[in-house]
Design a protein around this ligand. Structure first.
Ligand SMILES: Cc1ncc(COP(=O)(O)O)c(C=O)c1O
Length: 164
């Protein structure tokens, strides 16, 4: 039988066994609402804040508060796109994205358009090169904001020499 090779780890991948082992204890028994004041809630809060600190260190974030945990990519994309656009609307209301973005990017962009933003969708050729060229042309316009998913992130080594 032909061996299958899964090439879509950018969209779904198996959980690292170390992460599963750590998370399992909270999913099974040590659960608590981090906004609650009882001991289970306080423990959950401590664990989340510890994770936030570790992620911030890992990516050299400016502040721990820059790290926002979400339930998935759709929630993250909505938060990033609408949050950035609305926060900066005083500077301009032009937003740009590539025409082939995931629906979780295109939908919040279209919602911004409905509420008065000017949306440009950059078409692509079969190589994706055109997208970069067209984007470069728009960079002179301070109003423009761009969103593009980084699906093929280069592997990097951190201080502990671990690969991510
Ligand atoms: C590139 C990309 N962005 C966003 C999503 C949405 O992810 P989620 O299901 O975590 O909301 C997916 C899911 O397939 C995806 O492949």
């Amino acid at each position: 039988m032909m061996e299958k090779i899964y090439l879509d780890h950018a969209s779904a991948m198996p959980i690292d066994p170390r992460v599963l082992k750590f998370a399992e204890q909270y999913l099974k028994g040590r659960y608590g609402n981090p906004s609650s004041l009882h001991s289970a809630g306080l423990e959950a809060k401590r664990t989340i804040e510890d994770a936030r600190k570790k992620v911030a260190e890992l990516i050299n974030a400016e502040k721990e508060t820059c790290i926002i945990f979400t339930g998935g990519a759709t929630e993250s994309n909505n938060l990033a796109i609408k949050g950035t656009a609305l926060r900066n609307m005083g500077k301009g209301k032009k937003v740009t994205a590539s025409a082939i973005e995931h629906i979780s990017v295109l939908n919040p962009m279209k919602e911004l358009q409905k509420s008065g933003f000017e949306l440009s969708l950059i078409p692509v050729d079969s190589t994706g090169v055109d997208r970069c060229r067209r984007f470069r042309k728009t960079q002179g316009d301070a109003d423009q904001r761009y969103h593009c998913n980084l699906n093929n992130v280069r592997k990097q080594r951190n201080r502990d020499n671990r690969t991510y």
